[in-house]
Design a protein around this ligand. Structure first.
Ligand SMILES: *Cc1c(COP(=O)(O)O)cnc(C)c1O
Length: 228
């Protein structure tokens, strides 16, 4: 199948999952995870109706985004962000999904101020014990929320997580439910709405939608397997 058929099939599956959960499919954004994909593939996905693309590495994005500057794409940063790359990230990305430390918050505020931009962010929460994944610990979330809310040039829109990969997708449901509980707890604690839950990838996006995802990040199911 080509990109066009893949996207149509995913949209159908998103609608079905939303309906099962009694949700409006319109409230779910399909973000195409475009790491390793050539500008031509991204262009094709855009022409099939995808407007939001997520990149993992600043350097890769800096090479790719200029080649697509004729398209009104909304670019998101979904990978780990190093503080020394923040200055580029703030110039390129509408939403940064991977804020997980106070250092990063300070640097983002500094660079957003310089750009005279309100930088929208999500806090990435690490809910699985695996060593290699980024994201803050659950008990650090209130502190990081408070830090972001103090900043004039940052706007907190919600939370992101990457659960462990497991064959049986029902086993990831508790991680998605947990992120939703964290979001709701933070809304009560700080008396604000944080509208977004960025969760769900090719393998598990339907479960994520049933648990409240508003942004699903999908690569393989759109573009096919990645060749590194
Ligand atoms: C690569 C990636 C995705 C998409 O993964 P697929 O399994 O290819 O859908 C989603 N989120 C992040 C953070 C990624 O790095």
């Amino acid at each position: 199948m080509g990109i066009k058929e893949n996207i149509e099939a995913i949209k159908e599956r998103i609608s079905n999952a939303a309906r099962r959960a009694g949700r409006d499919p319109e409230e779910i954004t399909l973000l195409a995870a475009s790491k390793t994909r050539a500008p031509q593939e991204i262009r094709e996905a855009f022409n099939c109706g995808i407007k939001v693309f997520g990149e993992n590495r600043v350097q890769e994005a800096r090479e790719k985004i200029p080649a697509l500057s004729d398209l009104p794409i909304e670019w998101h940063m979904i990978g780990h962000l190093q503080t020394n790359k923040v200055k580029y990230a703030v110039k390129m990305f509408t939403l940064i999904h991977s804020v997980d430390s106070e250092n990063l918050i300070e640097e983002l505020e500094k660079r957003a101020k310089k750009e005279e931009k309100i930088q929208e962010v999500l806090i990435e929460v690490k809910l699985s014990p695996e060593e290699t994944k980024h994201g803050c610990k659950e008990d650090e979330v209130p502190f990081l929320v408070e830090k972001i809310l103090e900043k004039e040039n940052l706007k907190l829109l919600g939370f992101m997580t990457i659960p462990p990969y497991v064959e049986n997708r029902e086993e990831v449901r508790p991680y998605f439910a947990k992120l939703r509980e964290i979001k709701e707890a933070m809304e009560r604690k700080f008396g604000r709405r944080f509208p977004h839950l960025s969760m769900g990838m090719t393998h598990d996006f339907e479960v994520a939608i049933e648990e409240g995802a508003t942004i699903v990040r999908i690569g393989t199911a759109i573009f096919g397997p990645r060749n590194y």
